[in-house]
Design a binder for this molecule. Structure first.
Ligand code: TEU
Ligand code: CA
Length: 537
């Protein structure tokens, strides 16, 4: 359990606690519910879970607005429940990664309440406060990702404060050494509780420009709507001064030294940057003295992942340098579920899943992905996400991927809750329930398990280098190589037969993989949406 490199090649299962399993019929998932469902997680063969926030919070951004960094929100349970969860997970061989949301706190955090009370209290400088311009307007042109200016006027201090997200999520002032110390202490608190790593929310937003300089406009050509919709004016600015500041890297070195005091702990940073992602990721992960991994956004995009696009993403990650280790995901709690985003049929989902599990890197699976869930439709009356409410109807928000897990075929709530769920369980998800798929040897769930097991059986797939062979619109092949072990991987991303050009050498198709490849003498053909894995010797 103390392999310091366990995270390289690991499969991490992301749990969104509100929507996993409710244990007390209030319609909201909780930690006891997660404990109850850990055997399902273990059955997948994953290495770790990443828990989205469960800390005390007014829940305006559903936990990404923390009002106490050292406690569990009563809605989710108690700190004792958390301890029990870690113990149970570890017993099952599952490591626990928690979400660290320290770029901003809730406006209900005692630190912020004190900070806003006057200009000379002990925590006056803990958040980013600035005077209005002479005409009363905000200090500069920075925008909030969730809409409007990044500055909110406070009538008591007669100053503006900075918020990159909701106005109820004020940005902590990392330029203040007491703030940095307090946040490292929070980190130590969770390390002492035995967590195995951190997913670091908005890690490149920690520091802002000390001089609060205006962001330049972004030339049309480099605008991107990879994650957020282009209806959001935030995407028309070059975020040069409100994020990606060089001071972030210095802080992360300090952070890493703290992690290094503990055994086999990892970190994966949400280093989002639509314009210069690769460059930023390299800076955050190089040298082995900052983040362990950068969470890669390339495959979370709306753009269909053709063989060429996947090859480009791999090439970029390799180009980041020898120490750099990517962390891939197709789905999470912020984006449209990939089955819908890319409009994948059942067989297409299977081949894409196998491709994800064959890439050099660590993989994050999002709850429900293993069931092949599609994006749920949420009516405006049911909408909960503040981001969605702001940009409706051009952008419908993030609720469609946050609906509760279907556990059984119970038509009311699929076994998620005995009460009224905070978001409706999607009726079309009920037939994909865990219990139903468990009993069906041909289900996508069983397929996921087999593919994860196949990956685990091949060290080259876990840790190996990745050598490109071929890539085009509807096909990709490459070799994974670790020491003497080599695996040739080929994926037919189309609904037509595809001839496979095997690389030189004595390759033997590994039939343990849950796919079909046809051999006729030397000619190898992949039927539609099939993959092939071959080993040497
Ligand atoms: O997301 C950071 C982020 O950049 C998001 O705005 C993302 O672009 C958007 O959600 C895509 O639709 C993190 C969390 O993952 C997200 O859930 C939080 O709302 C956000 O930070 C604020 O803490
Ligand atoms: Ca509950």
């Amino acid at each position: 359990i103390s392999d310091p490199d366990w995270w390289r090649g690991a499969v991490i299962y992301q749990i969104y606690p509100r929507s996993f399993q409710d244990s007390n019929a209030d319609g909201i998932g909780d930690l006891s519910g997660i404990i109850h469902r850990l055997p399902h997680v273990a059955s997948l063969g994953v290495d770790a879970i990443w828990l989205s926030p469960f800390y005390t919070s007014p829940m305006l951004d559903f936990g990404y607005d923390v009002s106490n960094y050292r406690d569990v929100d009563p809605m989710f349970g108690s700190i004792g429940d958390f301890d029990a969860l870690v113990e149970r997970a570890h017993d099952l061989g599952i490591r626990v990664i928690v979400d660290l949301v320290i770029s901003h706190s809730s406006d209900q955090h005692p630190w912020f309440k004190e900070s806003r009370s006057s200009r000379d209290n002990p925590r006056a400088g803990w958040y980013v406060w600035a005077d209005a311009k002479p005409d009363g307007s905000p200090p500069n042109n920075w925008l909030s990702i969730f809409g409007g200016p990044a500055w909110e006027w406070d009538g008591q201090r007669m100053q503006y404060y900075l918020h990159n997200f909701l106005s109820q999520q004020p940005d902590l002032n990392f330029h203040n050494p007491d703030v940095r110390k307090a946040l490292l202490d929070v980190t130590r608190f969770w390390l002492d509780k035995g967590v195995d790593g951190f997913r670091m929310d908005t890690v490149n937003f920690y520091f802002c420009d000390a001089e609060l300089r205006d962001n330049p406009p972004l030339p049309d050509a480099s605008r991107s709507d990879k994650i957020a919709p282009s209806v959001n004016p935030y995407n028309f600015q070059d975020h040069h001064y409100d994020k990606n500041r060089p001071e972030n890297l210095e802080f992360l070195k300090e952070f890493r030294l703290l992690l290094n005091e503990y055994d086999a702990v990892t970190s994966v940073g949400e280093v989002g940057d639509a314009q210069r992602g690769g460059e930023i990721q390299a800076a955050y992960t190089s040298g082995g003295d900052k983040l362990h991994m950068a969470y890669d956004f390339d495959l979370l995009s709306n753009e269909f992942p053709t063989g060429e696009r996947v090859q480009a993403a791999i090439a970029k990650s390799v180009g980041l340098g020898p120490d750099s280790w990517p962390c891939w995901a197709y789905s999470n709690h912020d984006v449209v579920r990939h089955a819908s985003r890319w409009n994948l049929s059942d067989p297409a989902q299977r081949v894409y899943m196998a491709l994800l599990l064959s890439l050099r890197g660590t993989v994050c699976l999002y709850q429900g992905e293993e069931l092949g869930l599609t994006e749920a439709y949420i009516a405006f009356e049911d909408l909960q996400d503040p981001y969605g409410k702001r940009f409706w109807p051009r952008f419908k928000g993030r609720d469609g991927c946050r609906t509760p897990m279907p556990w059984n075929s119970d038509l009311s709530n699929g076994g998620f809750s005995d009460g009224k769920p905070w978001l409706p369980v999607a009726m079309e998800h009920i037939h994909s329930a865990v219990e139903t798929q468990d009993a069906d040897a041909k289900s996508i769930l069983v397929f996921y398990r087999r593919m994860i097991e196949f990956r685990r059986a091949h060290r080259a797939l876990l840790k190996g280098r990745q050598l490109p062979v071929e890539a085009d619109q509807s096909y990709i092949s490459f070799i994974r190589e670790h020491d003497n072990a080599r695996v040739f991987c080929a994926f037919n991303l189309s609904d037509e037969d595809r001839g496979v050009t095997m690389p030189d050498g004595a390759w033997r198709i590994d039939r343990a993989a849950p796919f079909r490849a046809e051999e006729d003498g030397d000619a190898v053909t992949l039927p539609p949406w099939q993959a092939l894995f071959a080993v040497v010797g």
